[in-house]
Structure formats: structure tokens, C-alpha cells
Design a protein around this ligand. Sequence first.
Ligand code: GSH
Length: 220
Amino acid sequence: MRLSIVSLAKPILHGYFRSSCSWRVRIAFALKGIEYEQIPVNLVKDGGQQLTDQYKALNPMQQVPAVEIDGITLSQSLAVIQYIDETRQGPKLLPACPKKRAQVRMICDIIASGIQPLQNLYVIQKIGADKAQWAQHFIQRGFQALEPILKGTAGTYCVGDEISMADICLVPQVYNAERFKVDVGQFPTIDRLNQTLVGVEAFKLSHPSCQPDTPADLRS
Ligand code: GSH
């Protein structure tokens, strides 16, 4: 059922090709079959376009993504994904069963609160750590927790046999792990799920290697 608050205007995603949180939103749009516009925010160029006053007005946290949709502006990828899920048709991104729903949220929280924030540019810049070592440490630590949890919840996908918000969080995090040279093979369930999911059309279409702002040398 389409809700009356849904606007006919295409949503606008302010994001960055390599941002894992922007990729989460792109996957959700693709799974739901929603057309959207992308406005690139380069996190590196000019010292970081997320830090401009213009962007700060859109997202006071100075992070991507920010999404303009149905007359409101949302940041926080999980809030965006849940809004899309609650207002758009297409496959449900959170299961109806309360136990499975809680498991999906648990996995998302581990990634979105327990792993991803620690590899953010502004964290690494502030503490002046070796970027790769720092990121590897926290991804490794997070995956050690995630592996036994996923072993218990997974079917074909992270929780049972339906794609959910947990899968949307997992794949971009594995992409980051690989960028930071974490040996994902140590985590057989994470590795198996990721290999299955990267073959799914919505994950392929939204991949960092083929976005409007992907630099030529990283395109495939
Ligand atoms: N909890 C936020 C979400 O889920 O959207 C996190 C957003 C976030 O950390 N975005 C990163 C960012 O914009 C890119 S994935 N970093 C900018 C910086 O570190 O300066």
C-alpha cells in the first residue's frame, strides 16, 4: 500500500561512492526498485566537502549519506532504510517475526555502532593513528563477534532466507575490511554470505566501482 506522504519527486542521495553508509542506502533503493538522484560529496577533495557550510546545513553531523525524500531531509543510513521500508513497496527489509527482526537489528547495530564508526576519517585523523592498522584492529574485533552470531542466524542470507537490512550492512563492511587487508577467509560465515550477496543484482548495481563519482582508475 502506498502512503499519501510519498512524493512523486525522486529522492536525492548525497553520498560518496566509497562510503559504506552511502552504499547501504544505494542497496536499499535498488532492492526496492526506487529511482533516485545522486549528488556526490567528496570526502577527501578540498579537505572534505562534507565540512562545507552548505553541506553542514543539510547534515549537521557532516557525514554522508543525507537523503532528501518526501519533503524531509534524513541522515543516518539505518533511519533512511527503515523509512524507505515503511513507505515503499517491494521486498521487506525487516522481517515480520519479532525474533528475526531483533536479530536483524542486532547485526546492524554491531556493524553500524560497533565497527564502522571507528574507521571514520575524522576519528583516524583526530587520534593520528596508522589508518590501516587501526581499522584492521576494530574490523577484526567486530568480525570475531559477528561470526558466531551469524553462524546461528544465517540461512542463505544473514537472518534466514530473506535479504534484510543486516545484509545491507554486512556487504559494505566486508568491502571495507578487504580495503584494509583483513583476511575475511578467517570468518567462513561472513565470507560465504558476502560471496552470495555480491552476486545479487541490487548489490552489484550499487557497488562503489560503478557510481557516478567513481574515479576512472577504480571503475569496473
Ligand atoms: N551513522 C551514520 C550513518 O549510518 O549514516 C554514519 C555516517 C558516516 O560515518 N559516514 C562516513 C562519513 O561521512 C562515511 S561512511 N565520514 C566523514 C568523515 O569521516 O569526515
